[in-house]
Design a protein around this ligand. Structure first.
Ligand code: B12
Length: 212
């Protein structure tokens, strides 16, 4: 292991010890948690590119997922620091049906909670009817769907259709995000908002809360 290896490179090559050492070093040096996280995310995207080109394999993705969760355990308390203890509203979040990626969803949740939202985490591989049930039970202002697989576009569309069918569409704002999402998906699925990052999710939920 080279001591000059950056956090980006260490994540992209799934080097657990180096990632954790650099995360702790950067926290101690006062680098904002959001910046540390952004560099980890870029590393994960690079790892995905290496996976696509056959330079690494599924176990590497799984291992990197575990490393990211460890890094998140260190960063979450910093991301969740909030001056405002009163609830700003409720958000229901889940990774859509057939999608088990949860690292990005969990970051979105941590950041939303950090700025004072109550978040109901439905987990991963969430079928449309679970979103509908959660809306009935928790009466959220915002529902967020995370999607990392292009094969799961149809899950986003099916979730929105189920929400419409249940007569809930007018009472919730729908946001979609995750590496496979785009503004085109937002349009096709008739969501209200596409966000590229967890910070975008916070901005959108905050704008909905402020307008209420
Ligand atoms: C780690 C990983 C895995 C891990 C996941 C571990 C876990 N617990 O999540 C494991 C090993 C399980 C996995 C499995 C698979 N994976 Co995978 N995986 C990845 C990888 C490398 C990183 C994902 C990640 O965590 N990124 C870091 C997080 C922080 O980023 P993020 O999720 O995008 O979230 C950020 C934003 O998008 C945003 N965000 C996220 N959600 C939301 C929601 C809202 C509402 C908003 C506003 C914002 C938002 O906020 C976050 C922070 O800013 C990606 C590569 C990539 N480019 O994404 C491939 C990738 C997503 N996987 C891929 C594939 C193909 C698979 C498998 C099919 C592989 C296989 N052959 O089995 C399976 C599918 C499993 C399933 N059914 O879901 C492909 C998808 C290709 C495609 N176009 O569909 C990718 C892109 C890799 C590639 N380049 O080929 N994977």
């Amino acid at each position: 292991m080279s001591d000059s290896e950056s956090l980006f490179e260490a994540v992209a090559t799934a080097k657990e010890d180096r990632v954790m050492a650099l995360v702790r070093e950067q926290i101690a040096a006062g680098v904002p948690a959001t910046e540390i996280l952004a560099e980890c995310n870029r590393g994960m995207v690079e790892l995905g590119n290496r996976f696509s080109s056959g330079d690494c394999f599924l176990p590497d993705l799984m291992f990197a997922g575990m490393i990211m969760k460890q890094a998140m355990a260190e960063l979450s308390p910093l991301l969740a620091e909030s001056e405002d203890a009163t609830s700003r509203g409720t958000v229901v979040m889940g990774s859509v049906q057939h999608d088990v990626h949860d690292i990005g969803k969990d970051i979105v949740i941590t950041m939303l909670r950090g700025v004072g939202f109550d978040v109901v985490d439905l987990g991963v591989d969430v079928p449309p009817e679970k979103f509908v049930e959660a809306i009935t039970k928790h009466n959220p202002q915002v529902v967020g769907m995370s999607v990392l697989l292009t094969t799961c576009f149809k899950s986003v569309i099916a979730t929105v259709a189920a929400i419409k069918q249940a007569g809930q569409r007018e009472k919730v704002s729908l946001m979609v995000g995750g590496a496979a999402a785009s503004d085109l998906l937002r349009q096709n699925a008739e969501c209200d908002y596409y966000g590229r990052t967890a910070v975008d999710a916070v901005k959108f939920a905050s704008s909905v809360a402020e307008a209420a």
